[in-house]
Design a protein. Sequence first.
Length: 605
Amino acid sequence: MCGIIAQSGADDAVGTLINGLERLEYRGYDSAGIAVQNGSGIAVHKRAGDVSEIREEIQTEAASGEVGIGHTRWSTHGPPTDANAHPHTSDTGNIAVVHNGVIENHAELREFLSANGHEFTSDTDTEVIPHLIEHFRQTESETMAAFRRAIDELEGSYAIAALIRDEERVYAARAGSPLVLGLDSGQYYLASDIPAFVEHTRDVAFLEDGDVVVLESDGAQIFDRNGVPVERDVERVDWNPEEVGKGHFDHYMLKEIHNQPSSIAKTIRGRVDPADGAVAFDDLDTEVLDGVREIHVVACGTSYHAALFGARLLSDAGVRTQVFRASEYAKAAGPVSDETLVVTVTQSGETADTLSALRTAAGRGATTVTVTNVVGSTAAREADQSVFIRAGPEIGVAATKTFTSQVVTLILLSQKIAMELPDATPREDLPELLAALERIPTHLDQVIEESRAADLATWLPEHEAYFFIGRGMSRPVALEGALKFKEITYEHAEGFASGQLKHGPLALVTSDTPVFGLFTGEDVDKTVTNAKEAQTRGADIIGIGPADGPGADESDAYLRVPDTHPVCQNLLANVQLQLVSYHTANQLDRPIDKPRNLAKSVTVQ
Ligand code: M6R
C-alpha cells in the first residue's frame, strides 16, 4: 500500500506533490510527507495524519523546490507517528527516500548499518534505504552506482524514489510495487498511480520490475535490471482530470455511486448485440480457451463477491467452476493443470494476495485471464490475457462502481466462454439478459434518483448488528452489502445465504438486529420466508426488490428496484445497498472515503 509521487522539471513541485498525494490517499492516509531540493539542501515536511496536515504546515512554512518526492502512508512497520512518516533520511540528511512496499530483510540490514555507525530514528523498514545509499556512496564515485548497490541489497517489494543533496534529479526503482512515469513537456512525474499526475499529463509509461529511472528536468532515463538503457512504451490514457475530482459531491464514494449509469455503459459498449444474442470481447483472444475443462475464479474482498456472481453463471452454463479467496488459493486450489483457466478478478490489479494466486496458477501450468480496471497494472501485465472492466478511476476506498462493472463484465465473459467451450451452453434467455443489461444505465438513474436509502439511514444507526440475506445470485449481493456497510459505518454487519440463517446465525437475531432481505433474482419466496423467520424473532425487515414483488408487503421498510431481468435486479439491489451504507455512514459522521485501517490497494499479503 502507500502512495508515492515524484516530480522533476521547471515548475515548482510542491503544489503538484501535495495535490498528487491527495489523489493517492486511497492507498493509505496514516501519515504524509514531502521532500524538495530547495537550493540549500533537502527540505523535509512530514507528519502523522492525512495530506491536509502537510498542506497546512507548508502554507505556514512556504516550501518550494523544482525537484521533489512525496508519500502517503498505510502503516506496516511502526505506528502512524511523525517519526515513522516518509520521507526518511540518512544520518547526514543528504538523502531522502519514499517507499511503497515491504523490505523483508530490513532487520538484517538495520543490524549491519547500525554496526557501521548509522543511527535510526524510526521503526520503519524503509529507513534502511537512505542509510544504505549513504553507506555505498562512501565507496562508489557515482550516485547511480551507490543507488543500484543499495537496491541490490533489498529483498521484498518496493517502488522507491530518492533525492540526493545537490543533485537536481530523482532516482527511482520498481520491484513488485507499481510505478508509473508521466511525461509532459519540461515536466516529468513518477507515481504509484496515474490520478496523481493526470491533471498535468495523460502520456504515461508503465515501468517494469527491475527498472531504475533517473528523472531530470529535461527527460527521464530508464535502465533495466542489468543497467542497460531501455525505452518503455508511452501510452495516452483516456482519463480526464475531472474524473479524479469529487465534482459537486461531498464524497468520492457518492460521486462514484452516481457515476454508475455511465461507467456501466462504458463496460458494455461494443460488447453486446441483443438482437442476435452476440457477446464480443475485443480484448480477449479466445485461443486462451482452447482445451479448457475447468475454471477457477480467484479474488479478494468486493472482487470476490463479483467472482461469486461470475462463477455461478459459469456453473449454470455447464462449466466446471470453483471460486476461491485469493489468499487461500495456493493451499486450497487442488489439482491445477494446462486444462485449468484461472480468472483473477481485481479492480486495482495490484492486490498482493491476488497476484500471488495468479503466479501460483501460472506456475502450476494454468492459463490465466485477469479481469481488472487498471491498464498496465501488474495483474494485467502478468496474466496471459486481460479483460478490462472500463469503470474509470475509483478513488473512494469502498468499491462501488468497480463492483458493478466487474459483475457486468463477468456476466458477459461467462456467456462468451459458454459460447466457446464445446461442452458449455449459453443461457437460453441470453437475448433478454443482454437487452436488460443495455437498460441498466437507465434503471440505475431511476434507482439513484428515487432511492429512499437516505430516509432509512435516519433510523438505522446504533442498532446492535445488521444482517444481509440472499439466495442464489442475490447471495453475493448480500455479502457485498454487509462488507460495504461494515467498511464505512464501522457497525457490525454480516451477510448470509438466506437458507443458512436458521442453521446458527438466527441465534443472534433480536429486535435490535435489522435484517436486509434481497428479494431479487431467484427463489425469492424462500428468502421472504427466511426473512419472516427473523421478523418473528423481533427483527425489522428491510426488503429490496421490485415494487409489489414477493416480500414487499411483509417488509417493515422496502427499497424498490425496477422489475427487470432477475440477474440485473441483483445489480440494481446492490446499488440500493451502496446508498444505504453511504447515508448511514454519513449520518454517523464517518470518514467515508478513508475508512479507518483500510486502504484501497492492498499490496501486502
Ligand atoms: O483491487 P482489488 O479488487 O483486488 O481489491 C480487493 C479488495 O481489497 C477490495 O475489494 C476491498 O475489499 C474493498 N475495500 C472493498 O470495498
